[in-house]
Ligand binder design. Structure first.
Ligand SMILES: [Ca+2]
Length: 234
């Protein structure tokens, strides 16, 4: 596992070397005015049964930029619980031109884990996850065709101002190719040990593209580029 931090600008340069821009399949990636069609989702058996909240807020926005665009205010509620209790947001997207052969995908999500109000016990993890399905309703999972990237909420990661991006610029499905019609995109906070604490995260700009990368600057509508740490874990 390797973790590096790099600014958004260099991510854009890497992206430019690829063959073209693809469509971002995620709806309301930037949380404009509402959480919809994102919905809250909690862990259930066989994982611990968790509770939490996910609400739209305009008090936070990616990189703290005052664009009027909001974020998801996401909390895993306090409970006495072991590892793998989680709460977050998800949506099921129908893939462009579905059914579609997928040879690779890229996904990422931005998050802010506030230092104020979060415990510094490191017992939670922030994760962005994708899963591909053969039908259009995220029902029939394509075996092995899922991936996730996560980072533990250590004290070093907690900040009232610093947003991070986590994701995988080149997710490779099992075999040379799969055929899928929908994908579930999820961003959540998960316990990694026994804790009775609550954990609160803001999510913004969650992106999924298949076969070719997305121009993140087109998604980032105000066109600015600001230094943002990108966590790439391989
Ligand atoms: Ca936003």
């Amino acid at each position: 596992m390797r973790t590096i931090a790099r600014p958004l600008a260099s991510l854009a340069l890497v992206t430019l070397t690829n063959s073209g821009w693809a469509q971002n399949a995620v709806q309301n990636s930037t949380f404009e005015a509402t959480l919809v069609p994102w919905e809250g989702i909690a862990s259930a058996a066989p994982d611990p049964v968790a509770t939490g909240t996910a609400v739209w807020t305009n008090a936070r926005n990616l990189d703290n930029m005052p664009t009027g665009s909001g974020a998801s205010d996401t909390t895993l509620a306090a409970d006495v619980q072991g590892a793998n209790a989680w709460f977050g947001i998800r949506q099921c997207v129908v893939l462009p031109s579905a059914p579609v052969a997928i040879t690779e995908a890229s996904y990422e999500g931005g998050f802010l884990a506030p230092a104020t109000g979060n415990p510094s016990d490191g017992l939670a993890n922030v994760t962005v996850e994708i899963r591909f399905f053969s039908d259009t309703t995220c029902t029939t999972f394509v075996s092995g065709a899922g991936g996730s990237q996560g980072a533990d909420l250590t004290p070093a990661l907690l900040s009232d101002t610093q947003w991070y991006t986590i994701g995988d610029p080149q997710f490779l499905p099992p075999g040379a190719s799969i055929t899928a019609s929908s994908a579930e995109v999820k961003a959540y906070v998960r316990t990694v040990g026994t804790t009775s604490n609550a954990y609160r995260l803001y999510f913004d700009q969650i992106i999924l593209s298949v076969n070719t990368p997305v121009d993140v600057d087109l998604v980032f509508k105000n066109g600015f580029e600001v230094p943002r740490r990108h966590w790439e874990i391989e």
